[in-house]
Design a binder for this molecule. Structure first.
Ligand code: GLA
Length: 389
């Protein structure tokens, strides 16, 4: 593929100069959902799927973008003097946002670039194709312009900053962190209140991670996400009148039960309950995994789904069908919605000898019930973003 992308680059932009290559992965979160903007823990891992980028420095301030996935759009031109979001800019709002965020941090970009990208993360699946593009762009700029002082963690923060302030999606740090900091065969146990993290080997014995794509993405994803954030903030403010906490992640389940009556709205109370319990579940799940108790890990995943469905209300009919079907299959250790929600994917841990049956059975029944096919990916955990030598 590298060779084909290099040929494509030359075809699109012409010969000459040094062309550098980069990769940034997508992610799947195993547990700890909607906790990253509540000061809680998350447990994502980087995939081997992601976004590739090839870039060459220019002498002027022009920016030229080309996506192999959106080849019909051709080359999209812009300039370092025009880093403002716009509808016409389409997908280039992501790399442009990162360039804007570099400048906001006081890092002057003196030269434009020719940038070609290709992604193999299924589009709109909730596996963080946009975060991978942000981290990819950050890495490309750091490498091309020799910005030594930026760590990979800084690139994650810059990606999140650009997503929040340039692209208007108020996401937490999980996706960009996983893309920048991932490690082969490990998930990242990240405390989002301090950014302390630990790599935990994902030893599933005789089981695999299977991602199922519902192939639905309900509209209003961004606004519903931002609503959830606001509801959690309202709950936090009310709780802070009674308890000395900085985030919902500071509370144990017992402390929450003792003070939850401080939250006046039923909706906000349910949202906060999810945030508190899900954070504790993530901690318990990582301990279970470390103790080689994959079954317990799976049970916590199932409980996570119930909470996201009933209390956080970010699931949808199609996703619930996938999870219900998965729960009925012998050899499924755990299954839940993953990512922001309102469609997208489920993540399941499935015994090796049940994977084929899982894909066949759920594939058929989902098609019957929903009317379109689901897609399945038996995935490996890969490394975080890197320069391709
Ligand atoms: C999206 C956001 C993340 C996180 C998840 C939910 O993927 O980008 O920051 O909040 O939803 O866990």
């Amino acid at each position: 593929m590298q060779k084909e992308l290099m040929e494509k680059f030359v075809e699109v932009y012409g010969e000459g100069g040094e062309i550098r290559e980069y990769f940034a992965p997508g992610r799947v979160n195993l547990i700890g959902e909607h906790t990253d903007y509540n000061g809680g823990h998350v447990f994502p891992c980087a995939l081997t799927l992601g976004t590739y980028g090839l870039a060459r420095k220019r002498d002027d301030r022009k920016l030229r973008f080309y996506s192999v996935n959106f080849s019909r759009l051709g080359v999209l031109e812009s300039s370092l003097d025009d880093l403002i979001p716009s509808d016409q800019a389409g997908w280039t709002n992501y790399p442009k946002g990162v360039m804007w965020a570099f400048e906001k941090r006081g890092i002057k970009l003196e030269h434009g670039v020719d940038f070609l990208i290709y992604g193999n993360i299924p589009n709109g699946s909730g596996l963080s194709s946009s975060a991978s593009l942000e981290v990819l762009t950050g890495l490309m700029l750091k490498d091309m312009f020799g910005v030594e002082e930026l760590s990979m963690q800084d690139l994650a923060l810059i990606g999140q900053y650009s997503e929040n302030n340039f692209n208007g999606m108020n996401c937490g740090i999980m996706d960009q962190f996983a893309s920048a900091m991932g490690k082969k065969d490990c998930a990242i146990f990240l405390d989002t209140s301090t950014l302390d993290y630990e790599y935990a080997p994902v030893k599933l014995k005789d089981a695999r991670i299977v991602i199922t794509n519902s192939k639905v993405k309900h509209s209003l994803v961004g606004s519903a996400y931002n609503d959830r954030r606001n509801e959690c903030e309202t709950a936090l403010k009310e709780l802070q009148k009674e308890v000395d906490i900085k985030t919902l992640g500071d509370l144990s389940e017992e402390e929450f039960e003792a003070h939850m009556s401080a939250i006046t709205s039923d909706i906000c109370r349910k949202r906060a309950k999810h945030a508190v319990y899900e954070n504790q579940r993530a901690v318990k799940a990582v301990n279970a995994l470390k103790a080689d108790n994959v079954e317990e890990f799976g049970k916590l995943m199932n409980a996570s789904h119930v909470s996201l469905r009933d209390d956080y209300e970010v699931s949808c009919e199609e996703i619930d069908i996938l999870v219900d079907l998965a729960w009925q299959i012998p050899g499924v250790i755990g299954s839940r919605i993953t990512g922001g929600g309102f469609g997208g994917c489920t993540v399941s841990i499935v015994k090796n000898d049940a994977v084929d049956h899982f894909i066949d059975t759920i594939g058929k029944q989902y098609k019957e019930k929903v009317g379109h096919e689901a897609e399945f990916y038996v995935v490996d955990i890969g490394d975080g973003a890197h320069v391709i030598a």
